[in-house]
Design a protein around this ligand. Structure first.
Ligand SMILES: N[C@@H](CCC(=O)N[C@@H](CS)C(=O)NCC(=O)O)C(=O)O
Length: 202
């Protein structure tokens, strides 16, 4: 159980970057206090949360007076705080560099092409705000978005190679940062068909 002095993670479990932070803390045994911050209820626009992250995004962390946003920065901070940067962010210079490369790559690859460009407009936004306000893109447009994310999935497939993990043959922050955007693909009824071409990713 987290002590009252443990950092507080403002989190909405429907958010992939929030899940990355939470999953890493679970895997690394890092104590956290969780503060549910539901986007669907507008908690991220309330004054109390805006004092923690004026850019109104979860995840955000408050540790004493210190506030931090951006999932990957939070993951790194918490690992450093607990002296576990090694192994989670790499055991050697090369591992650390590779993890850092994968974390940068993720923002404009899987995160952008699968989640932000495809899942949000095709599934989440029509579900949350209603199809009347935000109609689903037409089939041809969805096909085009899928063709775009196939390139990211192919690159990820190559990064994984013949193993199960991205770096060092074990779970690291790189896997945990990317995994929630992949598991979110389960919302897609065509997920099995899509991932059939990417056995390592699957
Ligand atoms: N680059 C940020 C992205 C965080 C993000 O996109 N948060 C979304 C939920 S997944 C959010 O809070 N959106 C609400 C808003 O922008 O007002 C990170 O990696 O932490």
């Amino acid at each position: 159980m987290a002590a009252p002095s443990s950092p507080v993670l403002f989190t909405d479990p429907t958010s992939e970057p929030c899940r990355s932070v939470h999953w890493l803390c679970k895997a690394a045994g890092i104590p956290l206090r969780l503060r549910a911050t539901w986007l669907g209820r507008g908690h991220h626009r309330q004054e109390a949360f805006l004092r923690v992250n004026p850019r109104h995004q979860v995840p955000a962390l408050l540790h004493g007076q210190f506030a931090l946003s951006e999932a990957q920065a939070i993951m790194r901070y918490l690992c450093e705080l607990h002296g576990v940067l090694d192994p989670w962010f790499g055991e050697s210079l090369e591992e650390r560099a590779r993890i850092s490369m994968l974390l940068s790559w993720h923002h404009h690859a899987v995160r952008k092409t699968v989640m932000l460009n495809h899942n949000l407009p095709v599934y989440y936004i029509p579900f949350y705000v209603g199809e009347a306000k935000h109609p689903r893109p037409q089939k041809a447009q969805v096909e085009e978005l899928r063709a775009n994310f196939a390139e990211s999935l192919q690159q990820l497939e190559e990064f994984i190679g013949s193993g199960h993990f991205l770096v060092g043959g074990r779970l690291t922050a790189a896997d945990i940062a990317i995994a929630p955007d992949l598991t979110a693909m389960d919302v897609d009824p065509d997920v099995n068909e899509i991932l059939a071409a990417f056995p390592a990713v699957r």
